[in-house]
Write a protein that binds this ligand. Structure first.
Ligand SMILES: Nc1ncnc2c1ncn2[C@@H]1O[C@H](COP(=O)(O)OP(=O)(O)OP(=O)(O)O)[C@@H](O)[C@H]1O
Length: 278
């Protein structure tokens, strides 16, 4: 799909700064996520991707800069506050409770209680309704799992990732952020997770995808945010650049100028990467 860049960004940041002592992890970073797009965030190790994402999802509070959600300035006091604003994050380490079943994982921390005093006084869980709703979410995303009463630890890596994604999508109202969702997966399972991300996008939910996997990024992203030295170096479409060019932008061998062309900034590195300006 092509991104409508004239719309109001779903999530936007301008001039974010985050310092840890002498280290500036975010150094004046901008960010723009448009409605209905998959935006990949890429960058070398230590470029500051995680810090940027943490600022956008409430896990850290930036020292400077502004974040806007749906066009309105916002300050997240913590991850819970970002979640309350409809931003859900799927973490790399898969924060699922392995010994619990799929439905319980979907409702982890947001359990449904039985109606009446059974729920309000005796705190009894409404397991039947949680299973029904979990099944509906799974069906909605076409995630085929044999039984929702199965413990998550008995699932494959790809299936676990699917449960984590389904949980995020079930609760997200504005954005789903995924940190390296295919990092621990084999080829077939990665393909299934990429298909799932497409379905999430096709439901109208924008996705931010942090990834080191360039083929996956090129396969799925509508746009690519290239992060370098703590800030956004470029915001490009995968259809406008080769993978080698994007890697060269990431490492500082090429930069993108205002009309979308590229300029060689490090001749040796650009030669080594086999790219030239255009
Ligand atoms: N809590 C912290 N305390 C001190 N320094 C930090 C902290 N978090 C991040 N940094 C530093 O900020 C810089 C950016 O780190 P960050 O983890 O955001 O980068 P990254 O692009 O996500 O890297 P990677 O791809 O390796 O995970 C690094 O130099 C890192 O050491």
């Amino acid at each position: 799909m092509s991104t409508d860049t004239s719309a109001t960004p779903v999530l936007q940041a301008r001039g974010l700064v985050k310092r840890y002592g002498h280290v500036t992890a975010i150094d004046g970073a901008d960010f723009d996520l448009m409605p209905g797009e998959v935006l990949a965030v890429i960058g070398d190790n230590g470029a500051g991707k995680t810090s940027l994402i943490k600022a956008l999802t409430g896990a850290i509070v930036p020292d400077e800069g502004e974040i806007r959600l749906g066009g309105r300035p916002i300050r997240f006091g913590g991850p819970q506050s970002a979640r309350e604003h409809g931003i859900e994050t799927v973490y790399q380490d898969l924060a699922v409770a392995a010994s619990m079943d799929i439905a319980s994982n979907m409702f982890l921390g947001r359990e449904l209680r039985r109606p009446g005093v059974l729920g309000s006084v005796f705190r009894l869980l409404d397991k039947k309704r949680m299973r029904e709703e979990a099944a509906a979410h799974m069906a909605d995303l076409k995630i085929g799992l044999r039984s929702l009463t199965q413990a998550v630890e008995t699932l494959s890596g790809g299936q676990r990732q699917a449960v984590a994604v389904a949980r995020a999508v079930a609760w997200a109202r504005s954005v789903v952020v995924m940190d390296e969702p295919t990092a621990a997966l084999g080829v077939r399972e990665s393909g299934q997770v990429l298909d799932l991300i497409r379905r999430v996008r096709d439901k109208g939910m924008p996705v931010v995808l942090i990834s080191h996997n360039m083929p996956h990024v090129f396969e799925i992203a509508d746009r690519i945010h290239v992060h370098r030295l703590g800030r956004r170096e470029a915001l490009i479409k995968p259809t406008d650049h080769s993978m080698a060019e994007v890697v060269a932008i990431m490492t500082g061998a090429l930069t993108v100028n205002s009309d979308g062309g590229t300029v060689v900034t490090d001749a040796d590195a650009a030669r080594a990467a086999g790219v030239s300006a255009h």
